[in-house]
Design a protein around this ligand. Structure first.
Ligand SMILES: *[C@@H]1O[C@H](CO)[C@@H](O)[C@H](O)[C@H]1NC(C)=O
Length: 299
């Protein structure tokens, strides 16, 4: 082949690949209203089996948008688990309904309480019950907060290794009963089913029946107590791979000094909007490059 032709062929291939890479997210979200991110580059569809509920307050739309534009947008790539996500809000307002019309990714729990640190147990219970009733294919279920940045690829790979129907995974507190922090907690479907079949008790503990789920007001402590009724829970703490800060705790890790956060960790908690875009930029640049290289190597 003449040298000119080879150059032409390579240029044309590059243009084609760039178009495909650029159009891929657009094409797949347009054709995929249900937000089931299961269409990989190979173009096949798998059953969603990991569902993430992101607990959010109606007023936190900017945080939700930052999550949509960063790590959520990468759920479309070919991952070892098919992933679905939902934002979980207390109840519909006109604004929230408009947002749902645009994004099709909100679940309204219609819970009786709302506000900060009030009846978080009930909300967690509401989410598990929703999954038990609506997502029959789920094998593992997460509940997380809207200020968490997920290293999608790394976390999904980790959960794919660990996936078990009685898994209890996340950042574990060191004091008191076994409990995983509610900012990101993953449960196997058997545990979700067991919990959703019990009854939540929002009254004082002394007024609740023994079989009922006591709401301590906090999601994490409530869930820890509910699970303490079973002796076959597979608890997997992953504190070394998860960056989590308590309320008021000063971050000891400067993410702006990290070259590629997601090469070392799986998750960053207490992410501001700016943090999310920063983490996304520094981790995504590399994966795009790797993908482009892999595509090119096929020629
Ligand atoms: C909450 O209420 C709305 C109607 O106001 C309904 O469409 C939705 O399904 C309810 N959510 C749940 C989880 O039942």
């Amino acid at each position: 082949m003449a040298r000119g032709n080879v150059v032409l062929l390579i240029s044309a291939s590059l243009v084609f690949i760039s178009c495909m890479v650029a159009l891929f997210p657009y094409l797949s979200t347009r054709t995929n209203k249900a937000k089931v991110f299961s269409i990989g580059l190979k173009g096949f569809q798998r059953t969603p089996n990991f569902i993430i509920g992101i607990l959010s307050a109606n007023g936190n739309r900017a945080l939700r948008n930052a999550q949509r534009q960063t790590w959520i947008s990468t759920l479309k790539q070919d991952l070892p688990l098919a992933v679905e996500y939902k934002f979980v809000l207390d109840r519909p307002t006109q604004e929230a309904l408009d947002e749902h019309d645009r994004e099709r990714d909100i679940v309204f729990l219609n819970s009786s309480y709302s506000g900060y640190a009030v009846k978080f147990g009930e909300k967690l219970f509401g989410w598990f019950k929703y999954v038990a009733e609506h997502n029959h294919e789920a094998t593992i279920v997460a509940k997380m907060d809207d200020d968490v940045f997920l290293c999608t690829k790394q976390m999904i790979a980790r959960l794919n290794e660990l996936k078990h129907t009685r898994l209890y995974y996340g950042w574990q507190h060191q004091k008191g009963i076994v409990r995983i922090d509610e900012m990101f907690v993953v449960l196997g479907i058997d545990l979700v089913m067991r919990i959703s079949q019990r009854r939540i008790c929002s009254a004082k503990e002394s007024e609740c029946e023994k079989s009922e789920l006591v709401d301590t007001n906090w999601g994490g402590t409530s869930l820890g107590r509910w699970l303490s009724a079973y002796d076959d829970v597979i608890t997997v703490p992953d504190n070394a791979n998860i960056i989590h800060y308590h309320r008021g705790q000063k971050p000891s890790l400067d993410i702006r000094k990290e070259d590629n956060f997601c090469q070392k960790y799986l998750l960053y908690h207490k992410a501001s909007i700016a943090d999310m875009f920063h983490l996304f930029k520094t981790t995504h640049k590399r994966s795009e490059l790797t993908r482009a290289k892999r595509l090119l190597s096929q020629f």
